[in-house]
Design a protein around this ligand. Sequence first.
Ligand SMILES: [Ca+2]
Ligand SMILES: [Ca+2]
Ligand SMILES: [Ca+2]
Length: 285
Amino acid sequence: MRGTRFAVLLAASAAVVVLATAQTGRAGFVVYSAGGDNTPASIQGTVDAFRAALGNPNNGNAPGPLGSGRREINWDGGGSTTASPAGTPFNGFRNIRGASFTTPGTGFLQTPLDAPELLGINPTYGTTFSFFSPVRIFVPLGSNVTDARFSIPGTNGAVPAVVGGFGAVFTDVDLAGATTIELFGLGGTSLGVFNVPTGRTADGSLSFLGIVGDAGERIARVRITTGTTALGPNDNPGQGVDVVGMDDFFFREPAVATPEPASLVMLGTGLAGLAGWARRRRAVA
Ligand SMILES: [Ca+2]
Ligand SMILES: [Ca+2]
Ligand SMILES: [Ca+2]
């Protein structure tokens, strides 16, 4: 009888360890990455595999919460051929897709490669960058850091959310290790920093990095660092200056950010009870 209960205790402890590892370590993440040339086809297969890993369908602008699928942002404004400047926070996609963006800089730009708003920063950027989805890319201004937070689509940010995976397309990643995606959990703990692979052409390359949890990992915030500098200087990786832009974002359907999964709470309560039982057994032995 005692042996049976001890086995139950061991089993419960092992389950908690597995869950804790999945919540806090990067061992529970599956990485999809590709460093391509200047054609969308060079990263298309990896992007599509990541879409499938996030789940179907693409939920578009549908209100949530929804039980499956993913959201995408292509920055193209439904076929716009002009730039759209925005401040920070940038909430243009908060209600329809469940993502809002901030930067330590001054704002953001969704821009075609030939727009005066982009070329006014530096006239060489029209050939430094290229797009994955035509014709606009996305860049922070005054900083190379972009933070994304999530909410249930249709609540206009009122219901905070977590996502199980996130990925993005990048353009003109030249220096290894300079462009990264860092994931954070609900308590602000870093879940890992993941490097975006370098492209295969000197300018205008496309790269993709996507990370998806395989055990219910919950991502509350994403920090994207693009290159070594805010937009402004010429791209010059030989001198350590790497300017990088972004295109399409992909993330799993946002889910309500409850403080702790009910199953984990129940398991923890059960484990505490079992541990108490074990202490009592030792005390009377
Ligand atoms: Ca685009
Ligand atoms: Ca370059
Ligand atoms: Ca670059």
